[in-house]
Design a protein around this ligand. Structure first.
Ligand SMILES: Nc1ncnc2c1ncn2[C@@H]1O[C@H](COP(=O)(O)OP(=O)(O)OP(=O)(O)O)[C@@H](O)[C@H]1O
Length: 257
């Protein structure tokens, strides 16, 4: 695990949310560090997406807290948390369907650069911004589709575009919720390669919700297991995959893990 001296980029403390009488996330305490990719696994309805929503600010906690680099952000909304370095892909709500692929990434590059919508600064930085946007489109193998209207793209391309937008925002914490779901067989490696590249840079905190065990195995530095909203295992992949609780209840029989 990481050196105790290193500050966690993200922490949750007793993080809890109730929907009526149902506790969807139950007192989850965890620290996440730069340079570590953590995969969150667990059966359907375990609370994985809800935990992501609590971290990114889409949902407000019933109790407990969320901290970014030591700062308590529990009361802050999602836009504020984004500005503080939380980046999340695969909600597809980040996309502007009536703009081109390039325009979508350009807006993310501008937002990251703090250029905003001031006309003079847009003009001033235009060439550099476009080049930057093209760079991210190349990284997701979508440069050939730069002028296509986003609303007309197939689902897999929209998800790749979301990765480009996420990278363009240059967050410190990257959250991927089932990044390859709904993708065709030839699209999956493009996205997995990108996550591998982000991981190889060793300076970002990456959280991934994933069901596919081959993906978990190839990417995870650490695995957290949620069950009924509760954190039931947390550790290095080999240790967690071989633990009795995971073998029996969460990942199936040993030959599946
Ligand atoms: N807005 C909501 N209102 C009521 N219940 C909710 C809400 N969001 C989630 N839940 C419930 O909370 C529990 C956890 O759901 P969540 O989607 O986080 O699970 P998950 O682990 O991501 O599942 P999956 O792997 O199927 O995506 C479920 O029982 C779900 O029905």
């Amino acid at each position: 695990m990481n050196a105790a001296a290193q500050q966690a980029s993200l922490s949750t403390r007793d993080l809890t949310i109730r929907f009526g009488g149902h506790v969807a996330v139950n007192a989850v305490t965890a620290d996440f560090y730069p340079g570590t990719l953590t995969v969150i696994v667990g059966p359907n309805g375990a609370g994985k997406t809800t935990y992501f929503n609590l971290v990114s600010g889409q949902l407000a906690a019933t109790s407990g807290s969320v901290h970014l680099a030591g700062r308590d952000v529990t009361k802050l909304g999602p836009a504020h948390r984004t500005r503080l370095g939380v980046g999340r892909a695969f909600q597809l709500t980040n996309l502007f369907p009536h703009l081109s692929v390039l325009e979508n990434v350009r807006l993310a590059v501008q937002s990251r650069a703090g250029i905003g919508l001031n006309m003079f600064s847009v003009w001033f930085g235009h060439k550099a911004v476009i080049e930057r946007a093209e760079h991210y489109l190349e990284r997701v193998s979508m440069i050939a589709k730069r002028d296509v209207m986003v609303g007309t793209l197939p689902h897999g391309d929209q998800r790749k575009l979301e990765v480009a937008i996420l990278l363009a925002l240059e967050p410190e914490i990257l959250m991927f919720d089932e990044p390859t779901a709904g993708m065709s067989v030839d699209e999956v490696p493009v996205v997995l390669d990108l996550i591998h590249q982000v991981k190889a840079e060793r300076n970002k905190t990456v959280l991934l919700v994933e069901h596919k065990m081959d993906v978990v195995r190839s990417l995870a530095d650490r695995i957290i297991v949620l069950h009924n909203g509760t954190l039931v295992a947390d550790g290095e992949p080999r240790e967690v995959m071989q633990s009795k609780i995971v073998q029996e209840a969460y990942l199936g029989t040993p030959e599946h893990v």
